[in-house]
Design a protein around this ligand. Sequence first.
Ligand code: MN
Length: 254
Amino acid sequence: MTTPNRTNRRKFIAQTVKGGLAVTVGLSAAAPLLQSFTTNKNFVPGGFNTGFDQQPLPYAYNALENVIDAMTMEIHYSKHAAAYSKNVKDAAAAEKVNMTEPLEEVLSNISKYSAKMRNNGGGHYNHEMFWQCMRPKKENNAPTGKLLASIEKEFNSFENFKKQFAEFGKNRFGSGWAWLYINKEKVLTLGSTLNQDNPLMDIAEIKGYPLLALDVWEHAYYLKYQNKRADYIEAWWQVVNWDYVAERLHSYDI
Ligand code: MN
């Protein structure tokens, strides 16, 4: 095998990251280039670092109708999530954080920062991930391939997985998130966090690398579902972007 030159190597890495194979393919060639944006490899596999600026929503506000209505999406993205991004940047400036480094670096050491950083850093990260975890609805929407096999291995069946995940969402008292994540033993695990905490945080109740995020704050569903959080969660499965979840899983090299 010939050694690719630097340009080709970068292109190769970009393609493999896009294909979700970044860590399993060509790790030795990728290492020097990934290093610049992979400062905490345990928690930040290639291709999924988060910046401090809000990224464009990957679809229109009405794209998730009628699972999530356009008004909810617009307020959620342009007001709630935009505020987390603004506020985490304010906190980062005040606390002398280098905003060219991935936000994940701050989150993994969040105990060293302010409550403002914890709430808004988590809020920004969680929402940036949440938008990517969704796409326009599909009939019989379900994971495939290695992701499905991993889910069936840990939870017996996809149906059982959905049921258990939904319980974490329904039982989170007050505001928070439900998660599918990889724990430190590289096992797919379910859990939930309070407020805007997430599994990357050193002070979170659960720790690992998040694969799938569900926002169960009332602002995520109240206009359409009112108090019926369970109905929101049940409908939400139709818009989960399993390709994105699979890319996150593959990037973690399990
Ligand atoms: Mn939210």
